[in-house]
Design a protein around this ligand. Structure first.
Ligand code: ASN
Length: 327
């Protein structure tokens, strides 16, 4: 007979996640149980945003302008997908940051979207267990919000999620051996400054911090793309949410909105101005507003919740760097 937590170890020692058609009955059973938790996670997250009066926008796949993902030290893109339609060069969505900034400024003061992100990561990232070359973000943005307001909102959403799952998925979490592991986090979450972490752990704080924390924590002040707000002191007004054992499940920021600053930062980063001409135009005309937001890596948050060994385990069709299955 199975013990209650019998599905916990099904994926151990089996190597990388397989496509559905290659899985044993037991592995499929584990996939199905994880799938139930996934569905409830989507329900809880979207309900939280709807209850907070957010508008739900559908995502886009092709645009002339998308996230540069540069010079983010965390990104390792092997290939950028560009194609031509109607005589124009378009790119697949790396994140909906540009769309969020524009839509939030011009039309929807509180918005979220569940969007596919295509990031063709270097193939050596297949063994991190934390990267997939296609994944989904619950990306949201709020006009006029401060970073601390966004962090409080995220804390409410994450706490509600764990509460909902402990109620609605007790059987599944027990089978996965996670019911006793997954505790309801206490608000406010601890906040660490990246500069302090560098002093303590050196450059590998991102891999070391998840090993020492017991609850989700914030890391603030992380140098990255031009659209995150930089104060005159050089401090970045941005944040990552880090979960125990795994790492970053959300990144976000207050955004830049002033033309001169955006232009300077784009030039500093050596990225092509013409790929961000709309953002530059709107900011020059004073139509880009101060916003703040973040994106939750949906597969990552479920990986943490179910205690998976690899993010591909929570994807029905695993998109593991370097491995291209038929589906
Ligand atoms: N979603 C992130 C944000 O809101 C951006 C990203 O994924 N690169 O800041």
């Amino acid at each position: 007979m199975r013990t209650q937590t019998s599905l916990r170890d099904v994926s151990l020692n089996l190597g990388l996640p397989k496509p559905l058609e290659m899985m044993s009955d037991e592995e499929i059973l584990r996939k199905v149980v994880i799938g139930k938790v996934f569905t409830r996670t989507l329900k809880s997250l979207t309900t939280s945003f709807l209850d907070e009066d957010f508008d739900w926008l559908l995502p886009v796949i092709f645009s002339k302008s998308t996230d540069p993902l540069w010079p983010d030290p965390g990104s390792s893109i092997e290939k950028r997908i560009e194609t031509e339609i109607y005589g124009e060069t378009v790119r697949t969505t790396l994140s909906m940051i540009v769309h969020k900034m524009v839509a939030c400024s011009l039309a929807y003061p509180k918005l979220f979207t569940l969007s596919p992100n295509v990031r063709v990561e270097k193939r050596e990232r297949k063994s991190t267990g934390w990267h997939a070359y296609e994944f989904s973000q619950l990306d949201f943005e709020v006009r006029g919000a401060s970073s601390s307001a966004i962090r409080s909102l995220v804390e409410r959403v994450v706490i509600k999620l764990v509460e909902d799952l402990r109620k609605g998925c007790e059987a599944e979490l027990t089978q996965l051996g996670q019911y006793d592991v997954l505790k309801i986090p206490k608000s406010p979450f601890k906040v660490f400054d990246r500069e302090e972490l560098e002093k303590e752990y050196g450059g590998s704080w991102e891999t070391l911090l998840p090993k020492v924390i017991k609850e989700p924590v914030w890391v603030v002040n992380i140098p990255r793309e031009f659209y995150d707000f930089e104060e005159v002191t050089g401090r970045w007004d941005n944040y990552d949410l880090i979960v125990p054992k795994y790492g970053e499940v959300l990144s976000g920021a207050k955004r830049e909105w002033e033309y001169n600053k955006i232009l300077k930062k784009i030039e500093r980063d050596g990225i092509r101005k013409e790929n961000f001409s709309l953002l530059l135009k709107l900011s020059k005309e004073g139509r880009l507003k101060q916003t703040a937001g973040a994106g939750i890596g949906v597969e990552r948050i479920v990986t943490w919740i179910v205690g998976a060994n690899h993010i591909g385990e929570v994807q029905p069709f695993p998109k593991i760097p370097g491995i291209v299955n038929e589906l």
